[in-house]
Design a protein around this ligand. Structure first.
Ligand code: ATP
Ligand code: MG
Length: 179
């Protein structure tokens, strides 16, 4: 319940938007490293192999929002992947965008639910989701953050095979490292 309350407060903070949320230069790879090391114990407990790929990737974004986004995507990937499965987090650049990919070999999302998982409180397959105990808010927070930061998100999933979320963010205009 406490998680639910915290998530709801965070959602309403995101709803307020503007002014209060600061943009700063951050390295997505560093944030992903922190997130992956924070979740490593959790992954080991569930016997899921969690790995990080990619390299330094500067963006101008809100740090707290990016941490939240990474955490929610990785938490889902671990939660909806069975023992022996894998979760991979990749940070990289494509054209003018920074891209975070969170991929898992988990249970997948039924095709009819693909459009709905970003809705608040929406969870697939109630019985199975129930024992994992979420509120159905993680992805709505992710979607909010992505749109606030001027990015977009894609979702690919096949039941019993796995799921891939890709978040595209505008690249830091100051970064000329691959010019
Ligand atoms: P919360 O994140 O609030 O603790 P939650 O994980 O159920 O709860 P969301 O993160 O919004 O909520 O996800 C919504 C639903 O989408 C999940 O209940 C699950 O059914 C499905 N889902 C999300 N990510 C994955 C994934 N990687 N693999 C399979 N299903 C997923
Ligand atoms: Mg979640």
């Amino acid at each position: 319940l406490l998680t639910l309350i915290n998530d709801t407060i965070r959602l309403s903070e995101l709803d307020m938007t503007e002014k209060t949320i600061e943009f700063e230069d951050i390295d997505l790879y560093e944030l992903a490293e922190n997130c992956v090391s924070m979740l490593q114990i959790n992954a080991e407990k569930h016997q899921v192999f969690l790995s990080l790929f990619g390299s330094s990737c500067p963006v101008c974004a809100n740090k707290g929002m990016m941490e939240e986004l990474l955490y929610n995507l990785c938490d889902n990937a671990l939660r909806y992947t069975e023992a022996g499965g894998k979760v991979g987090v990749t940070v990289g650049k494509e054209e003018n965008e920074a891209v975070i990919t969170v991929s898992d070999t988990g249970i997948g999302i039924p095709p009819e639910d693909l459009d709905r998982v970003f809705e608040r409180f929406y969870r697939t397959d109630k019985s199975r989701s129930k024992e994992t105990g979420g509120a159905g808010l993680g992805l709505s927070i992710v979607k909010h953050a992505v749109s606030y930061l001027g990015g977009r998100i894609s979702l690919d999933s096949a039941q019993g095979i796995g799921t891939t979320f890709k978040v595209y963010l505008p690249k830091d205009p100051e970064d000329h490292s691959d010019d």
